[in-house]
Design a protein around this ligand. Sequence first.
Ligand code: ZN
Length: 248
Amino acid sequence: MRCLVLSDVHANATALAAALAACEKQWDQVVCLGDLVGYGPDPNEVVEQLRGLVTAIIRGNHDKAACGLGDLEDFNLVARSVVEWTHRQLHPENLRYLAELPAGPLHIDGLTLVHGAFHDEDEYVFVPEQALDGLLLAPGAVTFFGHTHLQGGFSFRDLELDMISLKPPRAASRFAVLRLQSGSRYLLNPGSIGQPRDGDARAAFAIVDSDQAVVEFWRVPYDVRSVQERMRRAGLPEPLVQRLAAGH
Ligand code: ZN
């Protein structure tokens, strides 16, 4: 079984389309770790595309905020203005879809899906100490998380917790490979489709192959400028337009 893991699409339909085209026919099912909307110019398109595609999906903090669930305390002024813009754009059926998304953790086919930290979807997991809960509490060996928009993650074996450093993909391939060791536990981030923050502007996602025990960490270029143009036309904040090209 090959499972495509998407996260933090953030209403970027161009990046999502490029990612899906790059790995066409290379997966059996698709799961999504939340934040379908927020920041980007295409909230309806992204929700409509994903709802027909995913086998399993959980909500992110931006999905909650866009449909008026929870408060906006954790959002800065720029992010807050986009939450309000997104809410105004979303068609009623798409708002309803987002409002009904379950919170993680969600368990499916041996994988656990969370948006942020294991028990708190709004909390970030950046460093090993923050990863420990997720590594130890998940029922299976592999948990996927998002929210930080940083591709990579953590492994745990014999009381040793390591950050996974991905070797850049070889020129001929579009992904770096992580071989899963039996007896190890993993907390893995596929990266962000719509707003990468690790200095690489390409769309990021992962494919986990449970038969081969490997995870592929993909990067796919897309037409960033066309997304920036739509953002400017929509009047979205200029710092968000700029950061898309810089990848942070
Ligand atoms: Zn996000």
